[in-house]
Design a protein around this ligand. Structure first.
Ligand code: MOS
Length: 744
């Protein structure tokens, strides 16, 4: 199946400002909430003085640990939590939620929150890597499901290898900073709670219900649109719990929005990682040993980690031997979480830079080096890739980029005052797939309504759903209504890990087939009808209605036999899913992964090529062009795939050159918590972004052959840029982001 390259069905609504985001929900007589956050990173609250806050005109109430004891049954865990909220007096990170003021206006709530006086018993806080007081724990030590990839005797192979590369690569703290702030509206009616909050998995309401001690069926979560999420809105959080409690106490709707600055500490983020990598190779570039010891920062109580990234990296080339380890480093920080391409963006960075270093060491073109180490089989498990077109991606991108004109010597392509560097790197992302239900109602007038608690976060999910239904049922696209993001709808998959299109459309196609079967069965049993006593299996929906060997029947005629309207529920779960995967979704348990089976592993692939220009005197870094070629199985709607990949590539440029959350290590506090000081790429930073789609046939992963592209585009660009910087300057920068101070 392919779809037309159409723009998003919600595009006009969005660009004309008509989309209603969760915070736009109209509620009667709301109160406004504002967080009070901790001014220290570790210690205890000695006292809270609210006298001045209470004198603010419009002040209504404040929630703190002193008056909510027992009311919040918070579970510290993953995903989506900060460490602690107001349930105790303990402070575990800077900017922790310690109270929430509610008032008649946002301004009053904000003013009162700033007038709350808190006395702390502050203790030393460990800010991050290399600090006193951190603990380092091996993931294998606490996660029985994780086994760090190993193959052969890597230490010995490295020792004996004629060519050795050894380096440490680092990625920084980064925050998602979606345009839409983290906002929540909570409203109670007759003991039932409605929450308007942007979400990547609305059925995580189960967590909220647990925290509030109520039945999950009494919670409705609505997230019809999100103004960006990127992993930061994975699930309902303790923030919503606080808003819900305030709304229950006051019997009025509560509107809560964390500020841009607060979002740096009351939500998750990409924490810094460090990778000690050794490559041992033969003189002609065959990698005999790959040794990778990774360290990931996390909060004090959390086991959160991205160890899956080392599995990807360990499967990626045809290594002779492999030895890896992943450790978490607990510090006094808020809890990290997924951020676009979470595992691969940080784990592939070091590997793809190390490959470039090896290419120079063995005097090989970096594409040729990758060709010599390419594989169609996972070297760790011996299981084949379902499909892998990595080298085709390199060929396509290299051709489009003009790579053959590159002179490999560093600093050899100077253009006046500008040092020109060309670099490349591989991209890959797991082809995940999960479980989903999907309701479709077929109506007269060639109309259909789709109901599925999947989340539109800007990726275009609602568009491919509508297109698939229109095409499969033979209906005009404009006649399809898609209802998403609502726990009153059949459960859909979590919007994460690039699994959405493959999973959701599989359930949609099941629903379409059920509709076909029901309408066809009615048609063959109807006396006097065109298809009477025919073969139901031979009937299809087409633009003409119901079509078969004997002609076509208008859809309304066929549907009239079933009362003019027919609703079915489709279902899909990947073959190795637990028996009750769809039911579990409805209970707030998403189904992750799916890219590693006993028969194959499944990844999408790409090749990223970058030109950097670095001013010889100022060190100013420009990226005039990037070229990416990608293979991701079936490309359904090419326009949207391109736009997803382009967004990812721009994200990759930002992750390499701009984005970093800076810390005052003395206070374990983020300091650039605003859009003025937290650098993100703007239009002036992004020039020519070229995307090529490499045809790829994927038959084993799912019936559609879809691998997903939401996160693929942002991977590898950081390495390609670092490699291009080396080519331009002869300086190997192994720590992101690369800034001009690294180059002057
Ligand atoms: Mo996405 S970072 O997997 O939510």
């Amino acid at each position: 199946m392919t779809l037309q390259a159409k723009a998003r069905i919600d595009a006009a609504l969005k660009v004309t400002g008509q989309v209603k985001y969760p915070s736009d929900a109209a509620v009667k007589n709301p109160v406004y909430a504002y967080f009070v956050t901790s001014a220290v990173a570790k210690g205890r609250i000695k006292s809270i003085n609210t006298d001045q806050a209470k004198r603010v005109d419009g002040f209504i109430d404040i929630l703190t640990h002193e008056n909510t004891k027992g009311e919040i049954k918070t579970q510290v865990g993953y995903p989506g939590f900060t460490n602690q909220t107001v349930e105790t007096d303990e402070i575990q990170h800077d900017g922790q939620i310690v109270g929430m003021v509610v008032a008649e206006s946002y301004e009053a709530a904000r003013e009162a929150a700033h007038k709350v006086q808190i006395q702390y018993e502050a203790q030393y806080a460990a800010p991050g890597f290399d600090a006193d007081g951190i603990t380092i724990r091996s993931v294998e030590g606490f996660d029985a499901n994780f086994k760090a990839p190993r193959k052969g005797d890597a230490a010995k192979a490295y020792e004996q290898a004629p060519v050795k590369i050894e380096a440490v690569y680092e990625t920084p703290t980064q925050h998602h900073n979606a345009m839409e702030l983290h906002s929540t509206i909570c409203e109670w009616q007759d003991g039932k709670l409605t929450i308007h909050e942007a979400s990547q998995f609305v059925y995580r309401r189960a967590y909220l219900a647990d925290c509030l001690g109520i039945d999950e069926k009494d919670v409705r979560v609505l997230s019809r649109f999100a103004g960006g999420s990127f992993g930061s809105k994975v699930s309902c959080t303790v923030r919503a719990v606080l808003a819900a409690i305030a709304a229950r106490r006051l019997n009025r709707p509560v509107k809560l929005a964390a500020t841009r600055s607060q979002a740096f500490t009351v939500t998750t983020y990409r924490a810094e990682t460090r990778h000690a990598i050794k490559l041992g190779a033969t003189a002609d570039g065959k990698i005999e040993a790959y040794i990778h010891d990774a360290y990931e920062l996390t909060s004090r109580p959390s086991n959160y980690n991205l160890a899956g990234g080392i599995r990807t990296a360990s499967s990626f080339y045809n290594y002779g031997a492999v030895a890896t380890s992943v450790s978490v480093v607990n510090a006094d920080r808020n809890m990290p979480g997924w951020m676009r391409s979470p595992h691969e963006l940080v784990y592939m960075f070091g590997l793809e830079c190390a490959l470039d270093e090896l290419a120079y060491a063995v005097k090989l073109d970096p594409i040729e080096l990758r060709r010599r180490n390419d594989t169609q089989v996972d070297p760790i498990s011996g299981v084949p890739y379902s499909s892998r077109s990595l080298m085709q991606c390199f060929e396509t991108a290299a051709q489009a980029f003009g790579w053959q004109r590159r002179t490999p010597e560093p600093k050899s392509m100077r253009d006046g005052d500008w040092l020109v560097g060309w670099g490349c790197a591989s991209a890959c992302y797991p082809a995940n797939i999960g479980a989903s239900a999907a309701g479709i109602t077929l109506q007269t007038g060639r109309r259909a309504k789709v109901e599925i608690a999947f989340q539109e976060v800007g990726q275009g999910g609602s568009t491919v759903i509508a297109q698939t239904v229109a095409q499969t049922l033979g209906l005009p696209l404009d006649n399809i209504i898609v209802e998403l993001g609502d726990t009153n709808l059949p459960p859909g998959t979590i919007t994460a890990g690039s699994n959405g299109t493959a999973t959701t459309l599989s359930a949609i196609l099941d629903a379409c087939e059920k509709l076909r079967a029901r309408v066809a069965a009615a048609a063959v049993s109807a006396k006097g009808g065109l298809f009477h006593a025919g073969d139901a299996a031979a009937l299809r929906f087409t633009d003409q209605g119901l079509s078969g060997p004997h002609g076509d029947e208008p859809l309304d005629t066929a549907l009239a036999r079933l009362g003019g309207s027919l609703r079915v529920i489709g279902q899909f779960a990947r073959p190795d899913a637990p028996a009750n995967a769809v039911r579990d979704l409805g209970r707030g348990i998403p189904l992750f992964g799916g890219h590693r089976t006993k028969d194959f592993i499944a990844f999408s692939h790409g090749a990223q090529f970058v030109e950097v220009r670095i001013h010889a005197r100022t060190g100013e870094i420009r990226v005039p062009r990037v070229v990416g070629a990608f293979a991701a199985g079936t490309i359904l709607n090419e326009l949207m795939v391109r736009s997803q990949l382009m967004g990812g590539m721009i994200w990759g440029i930002g992750s390499a050159l701009h984005e970093a959350t800076e810390m005052d290590r003395r206070a374990a506090r983020y300091v650039n918590t605003n859009f003025a000081d937290y650098m993100i790429p703007v239009n002036a930073d992004i020039k020519d972004v070229q995307i090529h789609l490499v045809p790829e046939t994927e038959t084993r992963l799912n019936a559609l052959g879809v691998k997903g592209v939401g996160e693929l585009g942002s991977i590898g660009l950081n390495s390609a840029i670092a490699n291009a910087v080396f080519h331009a300057t002869g300086r190997r920068i192994r720590k992101l982001p690369i800034r001009l101070e690294d180059l002057v």
